[in-house]
Design a protein around this ligand. Structure first.
Ligand code: HEC
Length: 156
């Protein structure tokens, strides 16, 4: 009979470690989810379209190639190449917004602002495409917050 009583005492409910584990997983899920959001603006997600880059190529050839070269290798000794190590050194780690702002305020040299914003954005798309970044199904738009989020990441 005493044996029976002991068994009942032992049967007290134990705290489940499962609850704590669930909470941990939930917490871990928070940064994962926001990481997914950020990748929408990643340069690898396709932040311009092929058509936009083609328009940009035309605008580049008529407004920029005289100094920066038809293939983005500068022909004017003062003008930097807009591809290769020169481009990487200047622009890697920086947001697309900076590239756009520089071009718009000071290019073509001495005639900053002489093109429209859409034309500058097209040229940015062309330069990114030329440097190996992928086209996607959305055009690069003038939204400054978006442009600040898109970082010109090192090549994969
Ligand atoms: C008359 C020659 C000339 C023309 C035309 C010209 N640029 Fe430039 N560009 C330069 C020079 C020179 C520099 C370097 C300026 C400096 O260091 O302050 C430069 C710098 C730049 C840079 C910065 C590069 C870096 O790595 O720092 C970009 C981007 C650029 N130009 C884009 C353009 C675009 C886009 C156009 C056409 C809309 C254009 N440029 C037209 C001469 C020119």
């Amino acid at each position: 009979m005493r044996r029976g009583g002991r068994d009942v005492e032992r049967a007290e409910p134990r705290k489940s470690p499962g609850a704590a584990l669930c909470l941990l997983l939930l917490l871990a899920g928070v940064p994962l989810a926001s990481g997914q959001d950020a990748s929408k603006g990643s340069i690898w997600s396709g932040v311009f379209t092929d058509a936009q880059a083609r328009r940009g190529e035309a605008a580049f050839q008529s407004n920029c190639a005289a100094c920066h070269g038809k293939t983005l290798q500068a022909t004017n000794p003062d003008a930097p190449n807009l591809t290769g190590p020169s481009f990487s050194t200047s622009w890697q780690g920086k947001p697309v917004a900076d590239l756009f702002a520089l071009m718009r305020s000071s290019m073509p040299l001495g005639a900053g602002g002489s093109l429209s914003d859409p034309e500058y954005l097209d040229i940015v798309a062309y330069i990114l495409k030329f440097n190996g970044y992928p086209a996607g199904d959305r055009e690069l738009g003038p939204d400054d917050q978006m442009l600040k989020q898109i970082v010109i990441e090192p090549k994969k």
